[in-house]
Design a protein around this ligand. Structure first.
Ligand code: UDP
Ligand code: MN
Length: 235
């Protein structure tokens, strides 16, 4: 058996939520050894998510934790220092560290609920020894934001990012996964508030790895298996 993929998905109540989660779960059903960690941004677990998970056929863990009120984004508000999903992803990391140990073979991935995932992505992810990276479509002002990679060695030699290219790791949340052993080893690695937008990924990655350690996947970072799609609010 291959490693278990632990996919961490923060989610919150809005009109498109059920559609998003349905699209995700039907992709995830195609992935062997998959464990979905869903964390609702709410005071209580909702019946919608509870029922959807219960009927999904997936292995899952369902949690909830509200974003602290001062960090909650208002409707139509765009604020640089109000990152989304921080509280929820950290709760999932805590759950992993409290419930899994070194005997378990796994890979941890942050799978936002609105992105589009190819099943191919998960075939790459199981190869991650420490920290794997790959291209992400439709993000950072580019058709494809990607690491520049030596295909023979998988070494990352640079990035093509144009959005804040000075970021320590100029890649999107959907563009990397971390081996479970690394998550357990670097037990102090969490996301943080009050850091500029676009720097969440760097925040966790700089605590667990360095640029020269990254493993470039998806055929030397040439294939796109995940897209940073964003669903319009229909109302
Ligand atoms: N999210 C959340 N609470 C919020 C806003 C977003 O839990 O108030 C979740 C959302 O469902 C998604 C993740 O956080 O899984 C990232 O949010 P979003 O997709 O809006 O971020 P972006 O696409 O702008 O990076
Ligand atoms: Mn998104």
């Amino acid at each position: 058996d291959g490693p278990t993929i632990f996919a961490i998905t923060p989610t919150f109540t809005r009109p498109v939520q059920e559609a998003e989660l349905t699209r995700l779960l039907q992709t995830f059903l195609l992935v062997p050894n998959f464990h979905w960690i869903v964390i609702e941004d709410s005071e209580e677990k909702t019946p919608l998510v509870t029922n959807l998970l219960a009927e999904s056929g997936l292995t899952y863990t369902h949690m909830n934790t509200p974003t602290p009120i001062r960090y909650k984004l208002g409707k139509n508000e765009q604020v640089w220092n109000k990152p989304r999903g921080v509280e929820q992803r950290n709760a999932a990391l805590r759950w992993i560290r409290n419930n899994l140990n070194e005997s378990r073979s796994g890979v941890v991935y942050f799978a936002d609920d609105d992105n589009t995932y190819s099943r191919q992505l998960f075939k790459e992810m199981v190869k991650v020894e420490r920290v794997g990276v790959w291209p992400v479509g439709l993000v950072g002002g580019l058709m494809v934001e990607k690491p520049i990679c030596d295909e023979a060695t998988s070494k990352v030699t640079g990035f093509n990012a144009i959005l804040k290219p000075e970021r320590p790791f100029p890649i999107d949340m959907a563009g990397f996964a971390i081996n479970l052993q690394v998550i357990l080893e670097k037990e102090e690695a969490y996301f943080a508030y009050d850091i500029p937008s676009g720097f969440q990924e760097s925040e966790i990655l700089k605590k667990v790895t360095s640029r020269d350690e990254l493993e470039g996947l998806a055929r030397g970072c040439t294939e796109v298996y995940v897209w940073h799609t964003r669903t319009e609010n229909p109302f």
